[in-house]
Design a protein around this ligand. Structure first.
Ligand code: PXL
Length: 276
């Protein structure tokens, strides 16, 4: 069985970061090791969340794994909360990411705004981690903070392609912009492979509401699909459809929660898409 490691926080309620990555990647038939960076009572969209930092555990965890000779088929980082954690994520790539797939989801912003607690300086530092990755998958807000360019809500395909080229110029081979809409009622992900100088766009039906945590769900699914041997383009399509189906199931439920999507009951759909 393939094994990946993912480094991000655990928000006890909220359906994002590790509480999404762990079940989804495991369900895809991939062993999922974790480096929890912090424990929060909820994700930061709730008021009054608690937060306990786990940074001091990370170096000892990695040292122990090195002694045990543990290796991974992919290293995937998500929400990171400090400069020190960015440095540790870089070390994780250096020490466990040789000849493995390295994915950075630079979780820090959405809808034109940084999440609570993040600064433009942090975004600038996140660029250095992106440079070490094989694939990065920001949304347009995160891309604009990474590149220090204005966040546009009104854009065209040429603009998206230009942003993608700027993202790969940070040093990563492939960049995927999630949450891209180029026509009414459609939403998808637009990718660029700088080595092949090739763009790829996958779009699907846009559901009527947007939810928190879908970026994490998207990145986790892409990671799982790639490790299961699907091509880059296939992994993007599978991730887009799984997120869409999870939102559809959420909306189908009366009194559904508003903090995260029903990815759990869409797992059979995901496995069908994955072909296993
Ligand atoms: O989904 C990204 C994310 C992950 N972890 C925490 C968050 C967020 C987004 O707000 O607050 C703690």
């Amino acid at each position: 069985m393939k094994r990946i490691v993912t480094m991000q926080d655990i928000s006890c309620v909220g359906k994002c970061s590790l509480t999404v990555a762990l079940p989804v990647i495991s369900a895809m038939g991939v062993e999922t090791a974790v480096i929890p960076t912090a424990v929060l009572s909820t994700h930061t969209m709730f008021q009054g969340f608690t937060f306990h930092d786990l940074t001091s555990e990370i170096r000892p965890i990695m040292d122990h794994w090195k002694k045990e000779g543990i290796t991974f088929d992919a290293v995937y980082t998500g929400y990171l909360g400090s400069f020190e954690q960015l440095d540790l994520a870089a070390a994780l790539f250096d020490e466990f990411g040789q000849n493995t797939l390295k994915i950075v989801d630079p979780c820090m912003a959405d809808n034109g705004k940084l999440y609570a607690g993040f600064t433009p300086e942090f975004a600038a530092s996140m660029k250095d981690l992106c440079a070490k990755a094989d694939i990065i998958c920001p949304n347009l807000t995160e891309a604009s903070f990474l590149l220090n360019i204005p966040y546009l809500t009104d854009y065209d395909e040429a603009y998206v392609q230009d942003v993608l080229k700027q993202l790969t110029a940070l040093g990563t081979r492939r960049a995927v912009l999630t949450g891209i809409s180029l026509s009414g009622g459609k939403l998808g992900a637009y990718a660029y492979d700088s080595q092949e100088d090739r763009f790829f766009y996958y779009e699907t039906k846009e559901e009527t509401e947007h939810f928190h945590g879908t970026g994490d769900l998207w990145a986790s699914t892409m990671c799982g699909a790639l490790v299961r041997g699907r091509s880059f383009d296939e992994a993007i399509g599978i991730a887009c459809e799984y997120v869409r189906e999870s939102i559809r199931l959420t909306l189908a439920e009366e009194n559904h929660n508003t903090y995260g999507v029903n990815f759990e009951q869409a797992i059979p759909y995901l496995l069908e898409q994955l072909g296993c």
